[in-house]
Structures are given as structure tokens and as C-alpha cells.
Design a protein around this ligand. Structure first.
Ligand SMILES: [Zn+2]
Length: 105
């Protein structure tokens, strides 16, 4: 029997719980941390350095754009690796979201 050109089984990644969602040549981001929102939902928060921000995002906190080159944070629900569920926030907007100003019209 001739040998097959490919021998062996491709190695499997141990314990990759669907968390590897790096988009190709994504620059290095800061370390992730988990924050719990007021509704009890855990969010993964990851700082994005200005040098790693190459696109314009819309911040859901203030509904304004985050231009490229501005350091901000990207968040998504803990336990999911859904890139579509990610949200980019101004760092200040993300922090403020947990502390409502109390001023309402
Ligand atoms: Zn904002």
C-alpha cells in the first residue's frame, strides 16, 4: 500500500471554547476584563489602543463616531464570541454608562 502524502491527523487545539475570534491581522489589543452591568449581564471589555483602531465606529453611548486612531474599548457579552455582537464605545462613555447622571428632562 502506498503511503499517503499526508501522514497523521492535524493537531487539535485543546480547550478552544469558540473564543478565538481574532480577525486575521488584528493588532494587539489590551487585556480583557469582565464587567458586570446593572442588569447582571457580564460583559467582556477590551481596550483598543489608538494605534490599533483603524476604522470608524459608532459609539452606542453617545451615538457619535469614534474615528480611527482614537483609543477606545470594545465590548461584547461574556460567554459569546460573536463578532457581530461587539460594540465599540468611547472609554468615557462605557464608564459613564454604569453611572447615570440622574439628570433627566
Ligand atoms: Zn461615546
Amino acid at each position: 500500500m502506498p503511503r499517503r502524502p499526508r501522514g497523521g491527523v492535524p493537531p487539535q487545539r485543546p480547550g478552544a471554547e469558540g473564543g478565538n475570534d481574532e480577525d486575521g491581522a488584528a493588532p494587539r489589543l489590551g487585556p480583557e476584563r469582565i464587567e458586570q452591568g446593572p442588569d447582571g449581564q457580564d460583559w467582556v471589555v477590551r481596550p483598543v489602543p489608538g494605534a490599533a483602531s483603524v476604522k470608524t465606529y459608532r459609539c452606542p453611548g453617545c451615538d457619535q463616531e469614534i474615528p480611527p486612531g482614537i483609543a477606545h474599548v470594545v465590548t461584547w457579552r461574556a460567554g459569546t464570541a460573536d463578532a457581530a455582537g461587539r460594540r465599540h464605545w468611547h472609554t468615557g462613555c462605557w464608564a459613564r454608562r454604569l453611572r447615570p447622571s440622574g439628570r433627566r428632562r
